[in-house]
Design a protein around this ligand. Sequence first.
Ligand SMILES: Nc1nc2c(c(=O)[nH]1)N(C=O)[C@@H](CNc1ccc(C(=O)N[C@@H](CCC(=O)O)C(=O)O)cc1)CN2
Ligand SMILES: Nc1ncnc2c1ncn2[C@@H]1O[C@H](COP(=O)(O)OP(=O)(O)OP(=O)(O)O)[C@@H](O)[C@H]1O
Length: 198
Amino acid sequence: MIIAADLSRAALRRQLRLARRALSAPQQRRAADALYRQLAQHPLFRRARHIALYLPNDGEIDPRPLLRAAQRRGKATYLPVLNPWPRTRMVFQRVRPHEALLRNRFGILEPRLMHGRQRRVWALDLVLMPLVGFDAEGGRLGMGGGFYDRSLAYRARRKNAQKPTLLGLAHECQKVDRLALASWDVPLRATVTDKAWY
Ligand SMILES: Nc1nc2c(c(=O)[nH]1)N(C=O)[C@@H](CNc1ccc(C(=O)N[C@@H](CCC(=O)O)C(=O)O)cc1)CN2
Ligand SMILES: Nc1ncnc2c1ncn2[C@@H]1O[C@H](COP(=O)(O)OP(=O)(O)OP(=O)(O)O)[C@@H](O)[C@H]1O
């Protein structure tokens, strides 16, 4: 059975979530600024016209400075929205600067579900992904819902699918030496932290 592996994954998640939640408000602000400086002038960000981001939750590094920069530059910006049915599905929906947001079942802010504003993942240029842990080989440990993995599952079947570029965003303290990849894990092009690119 795979219980031992599952347990260590769960324990790893707990530790890493504690570490990012322990960051103070000023540390979070500095990290968000530093992340912005790592990415805002990078060609992957500058060239992308359709970009998915997220709104920070549970101590995640805050990509809102990048969200605002993308909107200022006239890019289309998207946020993940959980589907009411099937509950395992997540879609990417366009979000505009002062749009009202609602809390989903995990307490994360998201736009109100509107089918006409959704875009298929493979038609996005860049997806900036939240994560709990990462390694330098493109490994990503998420919250455990499998939402990103499922929405990107087509990549495993079409290995040469180039779009979208996947970048993890994280605090430096979320780095681990090596994550065991599950069969459904979709490798990241890189993870960007407040300190470096991996
Ligand atoms: N900011 C952000 N938005 C995101 C994600 C994310 O990781 N970060 N997601 C990435 O997938 C999706 C939401 N996935 C999530 C999966 C589990 C939990 C969570 O907190 N689970 C609780 C227990 C479940 C419950 O409260 O009912 C927990 O683990 O404590 C939260 C979000 C979509 N939006
Ligand atoms: N492509 C897929 N098809 C079906 N089920 C999947 C797929 N990807 C992941 N899952 C399911 O989702 C569960 C959670 O996966 P995993 O622990 O890798 O999520 P995660 O990457 O941490 O979460 P998230 O992507 O939401 O941040 C797995 O146990 C698996 O059953």
